[in-house]
Design a protein around this ligand. Structure first.
Ligand code: SF4
Ligand code: SF4
Length: 365
């Protein structure tokens, strides 16, 4: 029996609804409509249970959490039970009055997404005219409200050449921290891999740009960097290790070890409508299945580098997608017998058209 530490963070996907249509969205292809979402009281109960379980931070996410009319009530309840509240938002529809109410309710941090440095290109990636200007206004409001601001820039083949400008824009927006995150290929991003995957040269140029910015902006803005799995030869510990530090709650109340776990067939997801969060974290099939190292196959079982408790065998969803087995070694690892599939997938994409995220049938634009 594995000793289970309490989770530190809860990603609360309050809704799948969103005014933007980003082609790299990590939400599933089958999006949940408003009628499937947990109500106010259910989310409040979940936040109380999370605090009792030991969770310290709640990330209000989506979709776009601002579309929830009860967001202020949810933020207030989370703060009252002692959770540090972070709003992950596109910034669309944020106004001064709403932000003031959120801050008064106890919101402590805002994370704003940024698609590009150029207005027209940012709007194209977001799939909404006016999105980029709305983000500038949102950043300004966050600074005026005195809340710490992180800018989250998702980078890919169609915006990497402007990474220096994106970094400068984050400085101009007043960000305390910038996260430059390469697209991770699941959800809508996998659907759009051909239009998004960078080549090796682009990746190396981007990595050098981030390193230069870190040196140049020391003391001004922290720059974090998330590499794309496909160009690595060692996998990352997905979510810090399966069922180790964080949980995700989908809009319908399903509790997931990672955002893409619903794609793993046979994984029994428990729902907060039916089970207490403590039981779900400690005992449910979805969290127990790949927790620790006992489930590992070769080559992880006798890893030449002894990294079993460093990377926990990598990403289960990626193992399923590329090796056909969620319990396999993540093929990003050079020891995986399926590593050639990752190498083949590094071929830069063909074509620039996006399949935009949509609640309806996807249309190529
Ligand atoms: S990635 Fe884009 S479409 Fe997806 S939830 Fe975030 S802002 Fe909305
Ligand atoms: S063999 Fe497994 S544990 Fe070792 S580096 Fe590769 S993925 Fe990590």
């Amino acid at each position: 029996m594995i000793a289970v530490e309490p989770p530190l963070a809860l990603l609360a996907e309050l809704t799948h609804r969103c005014p933007l249509r980003c082609p790299y969205c990590s939400n599933p292809l089958e999006l949940a409509g408003a009628s499937a979402e947990l109500g106010t009281a259910a989310w409040q109960r979940v936040f109380s249970e999370a605090a009792e379980l030991g969770v310290l931070q709640v990330h209000f996410s989506g979709g776009e959490p601002l579309v929830r009319r009860d967001l202020v009530e949810l933020v207030r309840h989370a703060a009252e039970v002692g959770l540090y509240g972070n709003l992950i938002t596109s910034g669309i529809r944020l106004d001064a009055e709403r932000l003031r109410a959120l801050a008064e309710a106890g919101l402590e941090h805002v994370q704003l997404s940024l698609q590009d440095s150029e207005i027209a290109l940012g709007d194209r990636i977001a799939g909404l005219a006016g999105a980029q200007e709305a983000k500038r206004r949102a950043a300004s409001l966050v600074r005026q409200a005195g809340l710490p601001l992180t800018v989250n820039a998702v980078v890919h083949r169609q915006n990497l050449e402007r990474l220096d400008e994106i970094i400068e824009l984050a400085v101009a927006l007043g960000a305390d921290r910038l996260e430059v995150a390469h697209v991770q290929y699941y959800g809508w991003a996998l659907r759009n891999r051909d239009a998004l995957l960078p080549d090796r040269n682009q990746l190396e140029t981007a990595t050098a740009a981030v390193e230069a910015a870190r040196a140049r902006l020391a003391g001004v803005m922290t720059v974090d960097y998330v590499l794309p799995d496909y160009h690595a030869h060692r996998p990352k510990a997905c979510m810090g290790g399966w069922g180790r530090t964080a949980m995700v709650i989908a809009p319908n109340g399903d509790v997931l070890p990672c955002q893409a776990a619903s794609t793993i067939p046979g994984l029994e997801l428990a729902n907060v409508r039916e089970h207490p969060l403590e039981w779900i974290w400690n005992e449910s099939d979805a969290f127990a299945r790949f927790r620790g190292t006992d489930w590992m196959q070769e080559p992880c079982r006798s890893c030449p580098l002894g990294r079993q408790e460093v990377d926990f065998g990598g990403c289960r969803c990626q193992a399923l997608r590329l090796a056909g087995d969620a319990a396999a070694t993540d093929p990003v690892c050079r020891f995986s017998p399926h590593h050639d599939r990752v190498v083949a997938a590094r071929e830069p994409g063909r074509g620039d058209d996006f399949v935009y995220r949509t609640m309806k049938r996807p249309a190529r634009v």
